[in-house]
Design a protein around this ligand. Structure first.
Ligand code: GAL
Ligand code: MG
Length: 946
């Protein structure tokens, strides 16, 4: 076959000097000759109109126009763009395309001086098919629009003057696999160059780690036996040299600096073949691996806060300059986006260089989408397309192999599933077993390492995650459709990602609106505005930024939601958590503003110490006395300009309602004895069990009030109207829950201590449980609980209640409260009780139902005081309102309560409930109404005790 396509390999460059090699800018290499620039050009509507003069090499007989390369013909005034989502704008008659095939003929004379043994002609991207002649002789043809093609032109190129002619057509067999939701465009839209080379055909550097040591495997493909030497540079300094003795060498990197998106540390390896031949390859030491069913980067689970990004520029289409790419990626980083899916094709090579440098996690997606085919006849299942699938996959992986930013190869998009993907996946794995595979269309995970879906609802994802339906981690390769005003609901998605380790984030659809700028109207055009007969209108405008990269409110919303810092705030006390996994947060200052309806009433800056990854800051006190209803805005400002941020820019921010504490906080002390964290304040002492995470002691006036640990529970004594559902609850063992503390951390200083407790509370036998995150703020004034919880596994859909029990050493004698009263109230039986300040003796607290059952709940309680028989009190406060009750623990723990009917048991505790099921009428009639049922959905509450 007369096709001089060079063998598949990674994309690298030869340099003549060490200095230029270290600069890593191919355009500065003496062995790189760009063919970008002005070309002679002839545009034809139909391929059959190609003049014979062109085919005969009589180029001078053609009257040429001019075009600049790289570019799309349609942006230079030749032909028109067509926008379709998935319809093919030509008859579906694979592999054929119509003769009316817009075609561009390119022609250029160049003067060339050979410098090394070999000359390679490299195309980084041509849409969608092309043929090349050098000095009238056909060199070859290729397709695969967003893939690299290299031709070995050593024997075609002369010293001195040469003629290069290229035919590019818009439609090809390849177009059937390039049915992405975007503009149909054509032309030489990426760089063209001639490379001077010697006989090294491939360089592959593979980082890997074993027993805590880091190595780089160097593979060099070369005919002759002299492999030269390799020098390793870091931060501009040479670390060491090593002579290469074979085509595979292992190089250990002592004291390694690892690459992550947060810490994009790059080494430069320079292969030196002579004093005139240097090949630089950048290396990031990082490992992507599934550990315990989670995708991990350097052993830490990944959370993708990503975007899908098409290459698009309103005046150039998919032809982006290096400056465009860099500016865009800096903007993406600034908005805390940590990952990019190259939807839906391999990007311009420079893109990956910048992702390596700035730290972005990349899903590199193959140029395959056959969305317009019905499933039955999809090319994915048709063996005639097999080679095309496999070769597109291999071309991507070969080209991009050396980039540390790429963690995942994606086989393509929206092409159904079939044999061809299975073969492609196999070939890719053979070539590169160090990365993971993605393809959303592989619904059964036959070949992929993650379960990937699009636009899945939170409920559906939660269902899968909580029931552990799939073992493989789940990501949303697309969600949050940013078309027009939107997307909404991102916060709830982020909370979902935080709730389930197995959901490892997602990628917003999409980064940018693809509006084409029209100078004459100063407007952006979308589908249909170029008189396309088939089009999908404004569906191409669905980005987080406008075509000129103006951020939309949607981007600001996304940034706020994914900012890598959590703010914990309670009554003038602030704690920050660094959610980075690898990077210490330094270089920040806290700026606080308090505003009321009168405007800004307080402003102050606070320095903060660096916060190590996944750790908390100190407790910061910001407690000016302010009487009015106000809000506190806490901004973390950048203190020193770096590659992404300028000094003074907001790095992260959050606002809370603010009420100043009137009470001055006294000093507290704490110590850990026998795995118990004891905290002493002027008013009380309390102890937390560091193993269980529960409060196990509360001492006031030297008396221990707690009989055993305060704990979360779900059961209530059965009421007559629960008799049916109780049977179900019994099957779920609701009354027998065990707690396992996953983590117990705390931050403290002289005036306060804050505990971060994560628990898993679950029954025996059956497989479900509750994940609980509790933050407990303790100061001399009170103990504040901020609780969040959610259900996991095959949990009961409906619950009796969710709340805390405090088993007491003393009985409750009297209760004062502000809330509904004076009688008991449940969500569907509360009309006869009014909000107010109430007081009751415990004897009058419950109602003496003849069959003992749950009774005595008081709802909407924002304040309560339980007075105990030893004279002490336990006070509860909650702005949002809680349910309270006095409990009879003995009965509570005994499901066969009937025999206890007339037994008098002393109350031994109190209950503070987040949710309480209504009563209904189900002993003979219906269940409570839906709104009065407590479902197994996430719950939260804030209340304080003392
Ligand atoms: C997905 C597709 C994207 C885009 C998006 C809608 O189905 O993968 O390419 O079409 O929907 O904007
Ligand atoms: Mg599509």
């Amino acid at each position: 076959m007369n096709n001089k396509i060079f063998e598949l390999r990674s994309r690298f460059n030869f340099y003549r000097t060490l200095e230029t090699a270290l600069k890593y800018n191919e355009e500065e290499s003496d062995y790189y000759t760009t063919l970008n620039g002005d070309w002679n050009f002839l545009f034809l509507d139909k391929i059959q109109d190609i003049p014979t003069a062109f085919l005969d090499g009589k180029y001078e007989e053609i009257s040429w126009d001019k075009i600049k390369v790289p570019s799309h013909m349609e942006f230079e005034g030749y032909g028109t763009p067509i926008y379709t989502n998935f319809d093919y704008p030509f008859p579906v008659n694979p592999p054929h395309v119509p003769n009316d095939n817009p075609t561009g003929l390119y022609y250029k004379k160049i003067n060339y001086n050979k410098k090394l043994e070999k000359q390679i002609l490299r195309f980084d991207g041509v849409e969608s098919v092309f043929e090349v002649w050098i000095n009238k002789e056909k060199v070859g043809n290729s397709q695969g629009s967003r893939l690299m093609t290299e031709f070995d032109i050593t024997n075609n190129l002369y010293e001195g003057e040469n003629e290069i002619a290229i035919r590019v057509s818009k439609w090809s067999k390849g177009s059937y696999l390039e049915d992405q939701d975007m503009w149909w465009l054509s032309g030489i839209m990426r760089d063209v160059s001639i490379l001077e080379e010697v006989n090294i055909t491939d360089v592959k550097l593979t980082p890997y780690t074993e027993e805590k040591k880091w190595y780089v495997r160097v593979n060099i493909k070369k005919e002759k036996k002299d492999f030269g030497k390799i020098s390793v540079y870091y931060a501009g300094e040479k670390l060491f040299d090593e002579v290469l003795n074979s085509d595979e060498e292992l190089i250990e990197i002592p004291k390694p600096y690892l690459w992550t998106d947060e810490t994009p540390n790059l080494y430069t390896f320079i292969i030196t073949l002579s004093d005139k031949i240097f090949i630089p390859v950048r290396v990031g030491l990082r490992e992507i691996k599934i550990i315990d069913d989670l995708m991990c980067l350097n052993e830490k689970p990944i959370l993708f806060n990503g975007v899908n990004r098409h290459e698009f520029h309103p005046e150039k289409g998919r032809n982006l300059s290096r400056n465009d790419i860099k500016a865009e990626l800096i903007q993406i980083k600034k908005h805390h986006i940590n990952a990019i899916r190259t939807a839906h094709y391999p990007n311009i090579p420079y893109f990956y260089d910048i992702c390596d440098e700035l730290g972005l996690l990349v899903i590199d997606e193959c140029d395959i989408e056959a969305h317009g085919f019905p499933e039955e006849i999809t090319p994915a299942k048709n063996s005639e397309w097999k080679e095309e699938f496999v070769s597109r996959g291999l071309r991507m992986v070969h080209r991009d192999y050396n980039h540390p930013s790429i963690l995942i190869w994606s086989l393509g998009n929206e092409s159904h599933f079939g044999e061809n993907f299975i073969d492609m996946a196999q070939s890719i794995r053979q070539l590169d077993s160090t990365r993971l595979l993605h393809y959303e269309g592989d619904r059964e995970n036959e070949v992929t390492d993650m379960y990937s879906t699009m636009y899945t609802s939170i409920a559906e994802m939660e269902e899968r995650a909580s029931k552990k339906i799939i073992k493989k981690p789940h990501i949303l390769c697309e969600y949050g459709h940013a078309m027009g005003n939107g997307p909404g609901g991102l916060k709830e998605y982020q909370e979902l990602f935080e709730r389930y380790d197995s959901i490892q984030g997602g990628f917003i659809w999409e980064w940018k609106d693809h509006g084409i700028y029209e100078k004459s109207t100063n407007n952006y055009k979308y589908g249909g505005q170029f008189n396309e007969s088939v089009h999908d209108g404004d569906f191409v405008l669905d980005g987080l930024v406008l075509p000129d990269r103006t951020p939309s409110p949607g981007l600001l919303e996304y940034t706020q939601i994914i900012q890598p810092i959590t703010f914990y705030f309670s009554k003038g006390k602030l704690i920050l958590k660094n959610n980075y996994q690898f990077k210490t947060m330094d270089n920040l200052v806290v700026a606080v503003e308090i505003i009321s309806k009168d405007g800004l009433i307080f402003e102050k800056e606070y320095p903060i110490e660096p916060i190590p990854p996944k750790k908390y800051s100190d407790i910061l006190y910001m407690n000016p006395k302010i009487k009015e209803h106000s809000y506190i805005t806490i901004k973390l400002l950048v203190n020193k300009t770096d590659r992404i941020f300028s000094k003074g820019e907001v790095f992260a921010q959050k606002q809370f309602p603010y009420t100043s504490q009137t009470e001055e906080l006294n000093e507290i002390s704490s110590e850990v004895i026998n795995q118990r964290l004891q905290i002493n304040t002027t008013h009380f002492s309390t102890t937390f069990n560091t193993i269980t995470g529960n409060m196990c002691s509360l001492i006031k006036s030297n008396k221990e009030l707690l009989q055993s640990e305060m704990n979360l529970s779900l059961s209530r004594q059965m009421i007559s109207n629960d008799r049916e559902i109780q049977k179900i609850w019994n099957e779920y063992f609701l009354n027998e829950m065990y707690s396992y503390c996953k983590s117990f951390e705390y931050v403290q200083n002289k005036k306060g201590i804050v505990l971060f407790v994560n628990q898993y509370i679950a029954p025996p036998i059956v497989s479900w449980g509750i994940q609980v995150h509790i933050i407990i703020w303790i100061s001399s004034s009170d103990i504040e609980y901020q609780v969040k919880g959610w259900f996991d596994g095959d949990s009961p859909r409906e619950l009796p209640r969710i709340g805390f029990e405090l088993p007491l050493n003393y009985t409750v004698k009297e209760i004062e409260w502000f809330g509904k009263g004076p009688g008991e109230s449940y969500s569907d039986s509360q009309e006869s009780n009014f909000m107010g300040y109430h007081k009751k003796k415990v004897e009058e607290w419950t109602f003496p139902y003849l069959i003992p059952q749950e009774t005595g709940n008081r709802s909407h309680v924002s304040y309560s005081k339980m007075i105990l028989d030893n004279g002490e009190e336990i006070t509860m406060k909650s702005e949002t309102g809680m349910n309270i009750n006095v409990i009879d623990l003995v009965k509570e723990q005994n499901q066969n309560y009937r025999h206890l009917m007339n037994q008098k048991v002393k109350n031994k505790g109190i209950r503070i409930d987040i949710a309480m099921r209504g009563l209904g009428s189900n002993s003979c009639g219906p269940l409570p109404l839906e709104k009065n049922i407590v479902y197994n959905t996430p719950f939260s509450a804030v209340f304080s005790l003392i």
